[in-house]
Design a protein around this ligand. Sequence first.
Ligand SMILES: Cc1cc2nc3c(=O)[nH]c(=O)nc-3n(C[C@H](O)[C@H](O)[C@H](O)COP(=O)(O)OP(=O)(O)OC[C@H]3O[C@@H](n4cnc5c(N)ncnc54)[C@H](O)[C@@H]3O)c2cc1C
Length: 378
Amino acid sequence: MNLPLTDEQMMIRDMVHEFAHGEIEPYAQEYNTRGEYPAEIIKKLGSLGLFGMMVPEAYGGAAAGAVSYSLALQEIAWACASVAVTLSVTNLCAEPILQFGTEEQKHEFLVPLASGEHVGAFALTEPEAGSDPSSLKTSAVKKGSAYILNGTKQFITNGSFAGVFILIARTSADKNGLSAFLIPAGTRGFHIGKEEKKMGLLASNTVEIILEDCEVPARNMLGKPGMGLKVALEALDSGRIGIASQATGMIRASLHEAVAYASERRQFGRAIIRHQSIGNMIADIAVDCEAAQLLTWSAASLKDRRVPFSREASIAKLFATEAANRSAYKALQVFGGYGYIRDNKIERIYRDARVTTIYEGTSEVQRMVIARETEKGG
Ligand SMILES: Cc1cc2nc3c(=O)[nH]c(=O)nc-3n(C[C@H](O)[C@H](O)[C@H](O)COP(=O)(O)OP(=O)(O)OC[C@H]3O[C@@H](n4cnc5c(N)ncnc54)[C@H](O)[C@@H]3O)c2cc1C
C-alpha cells in the first residue's frame, strides 16, 4: 500500500525486508519447530542496528523514529513473529530508560540495548495481577542505600536472555505506591523460573521470575518513588504500536501465503482463487491488511510528531491484532487440510497470532482505554 513515507523510511523498510527474507524467513520454521530462541538471528538484528532504532545517536542508536521502527517490525513479523516480539520487548525496555532514566542509567543500561549487546525485558505481570497492574504485590523495601525485592513475575518475554530488566514493584501500600527498577541479569536473589510451554511464538522465550531478597541499589530506581505505574503505562502506549506492527506483518504474511496457494491450487478445473468464496476471503484479508497498515502508521506518525497517541495506539493494537487472528483463520481455510499440518507457515501464523490480542493489554483493556480517551475528547 502507498503510505506517505519519506525516502529514509522507505530505505529502512526495504533494507529490513531484504534481511527478513534472506536471514529470517528461511530459518524461522526450524527454530519454531525446535522451540529454540534464535540467538544467531537476534545477534544479526543487533549488528544491523535494529535494537537502537528508537534510541538517539548519543546513546548508540539510529534515532530512526516510530514510523521506521514500525515498518521494520512489520517486515520481521512477516518472516517470524517470535523474532519480532523479541525486538519489540527490548524496545519496551529501552524507551522508558530514555524517557525516565538518569544520564548514568542511560550509559549503563541503554547503550548496550541499542548496540544489540543484549536484549531487554519488561516485568510487570504477576500471577494475580495481569490486566490490573495496580494490584501487583512484588515488594521493594528500602534498606540503607538499596531496595530489597521479593515476589514473582509471570510470563516475562526474553527473561532467560535479557541483560537488563525493567521491573515494577510496590514501594508503599497505597494504590500509587509502585516504582520501577532497572535490574541487571545475574543480580543475587533474581532467579529465572520455569519456561512456559506456549501455544505459539515458540521461538520466543517466556519465563517466570522469582525475586528472593533481591538487593537492588537505590540508584537503579527508574524515575522517582511512586512513578512505577506511569513508567509502565507510558511504556505500554508505545509498546502497543509495536504489537500492532507485529500483527500487521502477520496479516501481510497470511495474505501472501493465501494468494500464492489459491493461485496455484486447482479444484473443479480451476485455480481455487477463481471460486468466489475463496476470492472473498482473500479480499477480506486484503482489506484488513490495508486498514491495519494505515491505523498503525497513523499511531506511529503521531508519536513521531510528539502528539498524544495513546488512543490511536490502542485503536491500532485492537484492530490489527483482532484482524491478524481473523486473517490467519481465513488464510488457513484457503489451504484446506494442508493448512492444518505442522510445517505449513500458515499453521504457525494462526497459533502465533492468538496471543497478540492478549499481551500488552487484552482487547478488552484496549476498549477501556479507547472509551476513556474518547470520553476525554482525545
Ligand atoms: C506469550 C506471553 C508473553 C508475555 N510477555 C509479557 C512480558 O514480557 N511482560 C509482562 O509483564 N507481561 C507479559 N505477558 C503478560 C500479559 O501482558 C498478560 O497475560 C495480560 O496483560 C493479561 O493478563 P492476565 O493473563 O493475568 O489476564 P487477566 O487480567 O486475568 O484477564 C483475564 C480476562 O479477563 C478480562 N478482563 C480483565 N479485566 C477486565 C475488565 N476490567 N473489563 C473487561 N474484561 C476484563 C481480560 O481481557 C481477559 O479476557 C505475556 C503474556 C503472554 C501469554
